[in-house]
Design a protein around this ligand. Structure first.
Ligand SMILES: [Mn+2]
Length: 383
């Protein structure tokens, strides 16, 4: 049996929205972009930029550049992790990373004809100086986002959420980057005209917001990825960049962390306590990207620990300066949110977090928590 491709490459003329509301907003965007006075264009994402925020910035920059022929200024509220540098195309974009130049937005370099904000649901998630001195000063403003909008809004919240002249939002989209795909056909852009980096940027956003498809809840990310592949995306190439590399030093630190993994008396709770020794070593890593990567991998051990046979709950425990233990918990069966709520924490049934004040020594507090947790697992079973 022959399996037909979803869209034959020769007939692939671009993406287009299916929702009427999206069509309406995109038409408004088109009207602005057809305006020949649009010359200076700024693009931004949100604070603490994640892969979708960065991917959406680059993807929309390509669209805007093709449509207007103008170079695009991208403002990053923080820093682009080194692994995503391959998405940069200095021929068509100027990139301003605020971590490198925190004073920049006190006196912005120019006044813009158009400011586009992506993946940013609320003005509180924008750099304050940027919002005040760049975004609100621009002649035209556009928001493109996929976060849910509160059903009821008072005027001040409304101002923070619907902050642009054109607000193109669709919470059914798994990532902001995918919404930008929808712009191509209505804007009259043939996808074959888009550089390879456009595909790469969108795919980076999809991987980020779906946790590499682990948290995909519908067909959309798979379907859109298939279309990107039709348009020339090499998924393995991007995945390889997306997966962070580890230094030898990083590997050793994670091995040390693994040696510190312990179990409660009856073996139903596995835990890692990030003690002073581990904290000190983590702190001494000079390369910031590597430090974040190692930190994330150590915190991520909590997800692997629960998969160990006979373990029901896994914990990663951090001791902070405020003399509290910060505990993140995962479980196979037991409802860990209920346990977390006892300590004013919260989260989901199988993934939660809470905080416990240290009595005497951390080790002492941990042993009490473990005992309490073993009892809790037994009670939960009987229900
Ligand atoms: Mn996002």
């Amino acid at each position: 049996m022959k399996i037909m491709p979803i869209v034959a490459k020769t007939h692939f003329t671009g993406w287009t929205p299916t929702r009427n509301e999206n069509k309406k907003q995109i038409n408004k965007i088109n009207e602005v972009l057809e305006n020949s006075s649009i010359k200076r264009i700024a693009v931004s994402g949100h604070n603490f930029p994640d892969p979708d925020s960065i991917g959406a910035c680059f993807a929309v920059a390509h669209i805007l550049n093709i449509k207007t022929g103008q170079p695009i200024d991208i403002y990053i509220f923080g820093k682009i992790p080194k692994k995503f540098k391959y998405l940069e195309d200095r021929n068509i974009m100027n990139i301003y990373e605020l971590d490198d130049n925190p004073q920049l937005l006190r006196n912005p370099p120019k006044k813009y004809d158009l400011a586009v904000s992506v993946d940013t649901s609320d003005t509180n998630l924008m750099d304050m100086d940027y919002y005040r001195n760049v975004f609100t000063k621009a002649e035209h403003t556009i928001k493109i986002d996929h976060h849910k909008i509160p059903e009821k809004m008072n005027p001040s919240l409304e101002k923070r959420i619907n902050y642009a002249q054109i607000n193109f939002t669709d919470s059914t989209s798994p990532s902001a980057s995918q919404l930008i795909m929808q712009l191509t056909k209505p804007l009259g852009i043939n996808p074959s005209k888009l550089p390879r980096d456009f595909n790469n940027a969108v795919y980076t956003g999809i991987l980020g917001d779906t946790g590499c498809f682990n948290y995909a809840t519908n067909r959309q990310p798979f379907y859109d990825t298939a279309l990107l592949i039709t348009n020339g995306l090499k998924p393995a190439f991007v995945m390889n960049k997306f997966n962070s590399k580890l230094s030898k030093e990083g590997y050793d630190i994670i091995s040390l962390a693994k040696e510190k993994i312990k179990f409660s008396k009856n073996g139903s709770v596995a835990y890692l306590y990030i003690d002073d020794e581990l904290k000190k070593i983590l702190h001494s890593i000079e390369d910031e990207d590597m430090r974040i990567e190692i930190n994330n991998r150590i915190k991520g051990l909590v997800n692997q620990l629960k998969d160990i046979d006979k373990v029901d709950i896994s914990l990663v425990i951090k001791n902070k300066e405020d003399n509290n233990l910060y505990i993140s918990a995962r479980s196979k069966k037991t409802n860990v949110r209920k346990f977390a709520e006892k300590y004013n924490g919260g989260g989901h049934e199988k993934a939660s977090g809470f905080c416990v004040p240290v009595a005497k020594k951390p080790e002492y507090t941990i042993s009490n928590i473990l005992k309490e947790m073993e009892r809790f697992i037994e009670q939960d079973k009987r229900k």
